[in-house]
Design a protein around this ligand. Structure first.
Ligand code: ZN
Length: 244
């Protein structure tokens, strides 16, 4: 077998610079306009995230891909109308959309934020069983003990209630990548992509949700909505129902 030719020493630098420049050019907006399903902005979207992703930040409302996917789902499914809703780590745009659907009651909560109705630890929710019709929980489970949190969400939902859950997920992986020995922010950034994340979910997220008692529905980011609204291809909204 012939030996591989060694790359020219400057080649990786040249390639990195080329793509760095391309990213810089697209930093404040790409050629193709998008429409925001949260605020209605139509035009260029900005780059955002680590690593940087082009065309994901709406300059009108600061929504990201996940918010616009959920807003799209909610435009077709008025799941909050007339319901008693609990919203974890509430995002401004999502709050507005939930309220537009006319819930009977709307409560926000977070463990750390101050501008919420209740200070709540999702691993140990200090609320009675079967308190809410709907729970909204976006990008929280990758920060906490997810099995405890799922069990608690299930417990405080009324029979027939629905939890809308979104997390970062690697669909190419059978199993979740996690390691409780990794605790420093730098190591978590290296292993899990963010200083305060404790795992990358694999497809077994579904098994974990089912083990908590939920039956699952999924709403997926597909074309033409990915291009039209700046969504993440294949991203999912998990619609988790507690049996009646
Ligand atoms: Zn927007």
């Amino acid at each position: 077998m012939p030996a591989l030719k060694a790359p020219r020493p400057l080649k990786p630098y040249a390639r990195a610079l080329r793509f760095g420049w391309k990213s810089f050019v697209r930093l404040f907006g790409a050629r193709h306009p998008r429409s925001c399903t949260v605020c209605g902005h139509h035009g260029r979207f900005f780059s955002y995230g680590y690593p940087l992703v082009a065309d994901v930040l709406c300059p009108g409302c600061l929504s990201l891909e996940r918010h616009r996917l959920l807003a799209l789902y909610l435009s077709e499914n008025k799941v909050f109308a007339g319901q008693d809703v609990l919203h974890f780590a509430p995002e401004e745009g999502m709050t507005r959309i939930v309220k537009q659907q006319g819930p009977s009651k709307y409560t926000t909560c977070d463990l750390f934020a101050s501008n919420v109705d209740l200070k709540i630890n999702i691993e140990q929710i200090a609320l009675p069983d079967e308190s809410f019709d709907r729970i909204l929980c976006l990008h929280v489970l990758e920060h906490v003990d997810d099995r405890k949190a799922m069990a608690e969400i299930y417990r405080v939902l009324k029979p027939g209630g629905i939890a809308i859950i979104m997390v970062p997920i690697e669909e190419g992986w059978d199993t979740t990548y996690e390691n409780p020995a990794i605790t420093s922010p730098a190591e978590r950034l290296y292993h899990f992509g963010q200083e305060d994340h404790v795992r990358y979910f694999g497809r077994d997220l579904r098994d974990r949700l089912k083990a908590a008692g939920f039956s699952l529905g999924e709403y997926t980011a597909r074309e033409p909505y990915v291009l039209n609204h700046g969504l993440k291809r294949g991203e999912k909204v998990f619609v988790c129902t507690k049996s009646a």
